[in-house]
Design a protein around this ligand. Structure first.
Ligand code: HEC
Length: 143
């Protein structure tokens, strides 16, 4: 259940990327997404996901460490997205990402899987999804 929700989230972003290919790209924002936000989100989500089968304690520690680091990157990139502000709710979504990632970092430090899941599927997912829905044109709206 948990795993399914987060994989669905990833598929939505992948689709957003494909759609973005047919419109004019904001190269700076695209690079922030591809090189930082997306990998950081995947690392954070892995904290709230079901552990891989047969995970050793050392591997679990590494997964949580990566989740903490991912949350820190999301905080920094949320702030950086404010410097690429656009009219509308852009700043709100950027802040939702960085504020959500502050809570996310605390949950990952505490290795609180339920809290990490809740934050990953809540404010962090809502920031990604809200911003993409508002600023990446859907195929239906293209000529
Ligand atoms: C404040 C707005 C905003 C937030 C928040 C946001 N994105 Fe994006 N994202 C964009 C925009 C705009 C694009 C399209 C960039 C372009 O190509 O012009 C994009 C594109 C992408 C892409 C495609 C990159 C590519 O290589 O073409 C991925 C993947 C992505 N975002 C992942 C995420 C994830 C994961 C999150 C949340 C953890 C997130 N984004 C949060 C605005 C945002």
């Amino acid at each position: 259940m948990r795993r399914r929700l987060l994989l669905t989230a990833v598929a939505v972003f992948a689709a957003g990327g494909a759609v973005a290919q047919v419109v004019t790209h904001d190269l700076a924002v695209q690079a922030i997404m591809a090189t930082a936000v997306n990998p950081a989100a995947l690392a954070f989500w892995a904290g709230g996901n079901d552990p891989p089968e047969g995970e050793t304690p050392a591997q679990a520690q590494a997964r949580w460490d990566a989740a903490v680091a991912g949350a820190q990157v999301l905080q920094a990139k949320g702030r950086e997205l404010l410097t690429h502000s656009r009219p509308g709710r852009w700043d709100e979504f950027a802040r939702m990402l960085s504020d959500g990632a502050v809570q996310g970092e605390a949950a990952a430090r505490a290795k609180d899987v339920d809290k990490a899941f809740e934050i990953g599927g809540g404010p962090i997912y809502d920031a990604c999804n809200g911003c993409h829905k508002a600023y990446i044109p859907s195929p239906a709206r293209l000529p």
